[in-house]
Design a protein around this ligand. Structure first.
Ligand SMILES: [Zn+2]
Length: 416
């Protein structure tokens, strides 16, 4: 199973997906949605992986989250009503190969990220993240798989295992020696190497333009052509003088150069493009066009295989790496619940075979905000005395034993 097969993070088409059909139809209202999700969490009808039987509650729930979950924390998502691709259809994220190949592209990336980090660093997990912590406390959530790189999950619920499918912004990683460094320290270095940008950042902070609460407001768009943070932690800065930006080299490679590379810095310690071929730091996120870490990919597959059901929150599943996990759960006959505003890639296939009279035990699709829905759901489940088996429900089944089909024709054209 797939251990040696690289999985590349690729952005999907940016056009909007069709509006969803609410399932069950009673879930259009908030009380109806809450009732359906309660049935979803408490139904014992979930088939176990490998066709065996699980205890009451049908096995633990794995949660798969996306950028929409962090909107209530003040970050933009990709395809929501104020998402990066809706507000700025021309937005094009940097690709891994560009980052590696081009000093100019790296200058541009780090300048934008220098400003974006400040926003992200001040932003906090929201009610949605803390609701997951409580669901974990009730034994209802065993693992969270997230596409988000903002570290809100690990901050809000450190006790629930979290798999960060697309990495994390809290560290930088060297593209030569793979050493990781704290982003805070790197940020200080960027400020030291770019004093004019540091003043610009101070101005932006003083004017309130980088306050998370105002980022999606009109006020921001008037600030020097507009500052808007993207889900990957960078900001839009039209016509900014990126070309003067400087960034440090990997400190480890600098003192201990790799055998096949040259690392040179200028008098201040900035990476020098003249002869350098190594020691380039990148954010510890999986950039578009970059392979997903094999260990994380494998662990996410195992988490799905060991689960009784899958709850998908605040993502359109536009990236293949996330969509394939939902497909995997579906192939294993797992009930799937999706809470997302706006359409989800291939969602009809996830719900095509449900009993039209089911109340949520086989599947749920609601179009509501997670920060509104989840806290109330937690309260309802607590009041009902619902407890799950959580992550103490036993070891994951061995890999390779379930009938996971690959390359099914209807899904082939979605391998974006
Ligand atoms: Zn290094």
């Amino acid at each position: 199973m797939g251990l040696g097969k690289p999985l590349i993070r690729i952005p999907f088409a940016t056009e909007l997906l069709p509006s969803p059909t609410t399932i069950p139809s009673t879930a259009r209202s908030l009380p109806g949605a809450l009732a359906a999700l309660q049935v979803f969490f408490t139904s014992s009808s979930s088939p176990a992986p490998n066709g065996g039987s699980l205890g009451g509650g049908g096995g633990p729930t794995v949660v798969l989250t996306g950028a929409g979950l962090s909107v209530a924390s003040g970050l933009a998502d990709y395809r929501g009503t104020k998402g990066t691709y809706r507000v700025n259809p021309a937005h094009r994220p940097i690709y891994y190969h560009e980052f590696l190949a081009s000093h100019e592209a790296r200058k541009r990336y780090w300048a934008r990220s220098y400003l974006g980090w400040n926003v992200l660093h001040k932003a906090q997990p929201n009610e949605g993240h803390y609701a997951l912590q409580k669901l974990g406390g009730l034994g209802l959530v065993s693992t969270v798989i997230t596409q988000n790189v903002d570290s809100f999950h690990t901050r809000a619920h450190p006790e629930i295992p979290t798999l960060e499918l697309h990495g994390y912004l809290r560290s930088t990683v060297c593209t030569s020696c793979s050493a990781e460094f704290a982003r805070d320290r790197f940020q200080q270095e960027l400020a030291r190497l770019n004093p004019i940008w540091a003043i610009f950042l101070e101005d932006a902070i003083a004017s309130g333009a980088l306050d998370t609460g105002s980022l999606i407001g009109d006020r921001v768009r008037h600030f020097r052509g507009g500052i808007r943070i993207n889900p990957d932690g960078d900001v839009e800065l039209p016509d900014a003088p990126y070309t003067t930006f400087r960034y440090p080299a990997c400190p480890k490679c600098l003192t201990n150069p790799p055998a096949n590379g040259v690392v040179e810095v200028d008098q201040d310690g900035a990476w020098s493009p003249t002869r350098s071929t190594a020691g380039i730091l990148k954010p510890a996120v999986v950039m578009f066009g970059e392979n997903i870490n094999n260990g994380v990919k494998h662990a996410a597959e195992q988490a799905i295989d060991g689960a009784g059901r899958l709850l998908i929150l605040a993502t359109s599943l536009a990236t293949y790496s996330a969509w394939r996990l939902a497909k995997r759960a579906k192939d294993r006959g797992m009930p799937i619940a999706i809470v997302n505003k706006g359409g989800v890639r291939g969602e009809d296939a996830f719900f095509a075979d449900l009993d039209p009279h089911q109340a949520g035990g086989q599947g749920v699709r609601v179009e509501l905000s997670t920060d509104i829905l989840l806290p109330t759901l937690v309260e309802n489940l607590q009041q009902s005395g619902v407890r799950g088996l959580g992550r103490t429900s036993g070891p994951s089944p061995p890999l390779g034993t379930a009938p996971v089909r690959r390359g099914d024709a209807p899904f082939k054209d979605m391998l974006s």
